[in-house]
Design a protein around this ligand. Sequence first.
Ligand code: ZN
Length: 235
Amino acid sequence: MDSCGYCGEPANTVDHVVASTLLVDKGTSVQIPACSKCNGEKSKEDVYLRDMFTIRSETAGLPELAPHGEAMKRSIDRAFGPSPRIGPAVSILKTFKHGHVLGPMGERRAYVELDAARLNEGVKWIVRGLHYHHFKAILDPTKQFDFYAYQGQENNLRYDLLWPTIPGPDITLGGCLRYKVRCFAELPGSSQWLLAFYNHVLFFVEFNWQPAVDAIEALVQAREGREGTARLTSE
Ligand SMILES: [Zn+2]
């Protein structure tokens, strides 16, 4: 029997590393063996990831997510409307921070809030699964993962600076995920990962090696410094 790509226990299921609900092209998923415990825990995060991408401003308008967005909107309307129907919306109420704010006319408006820590948990599962897929080695889940989730114009610029520092081609998966990975032979288990979901929601993930963070920071600073100098001399 195969062992689970997440924890090493005997595997009795097959896990889609990127959940099929997230994929645009369902035919190009990556699958690894998984025990039912890991598979079950990860599924909850997969649903959350999908809901997050659906309501995030960067991806809310994407046609890929439109059908799910409609369903989400109906659930939210039912949950927060004039005569709330909790039943159909129970997963939203459970998983999202939510509440009411007062609108400009003093009316009550519902809001739902993103939970960045949980978004990172979902991405962590995917990175662990992809790591197993590529290297046939299990990442210790207690290992330190450092996340940088990029939002907004400034941070997108920073992310663009980081992307070329990872050598090798982009890997695309299921039309929803584009990523690059760099591993350090001298320190097995140390990697840097750049991930772009739907080309809009960006993550830089790194585990187990602080010097790599420092090296990237120095590189970005040097580059920003050069560009700053170029601007000054051209003026
Ligand atoms: Zn497992």
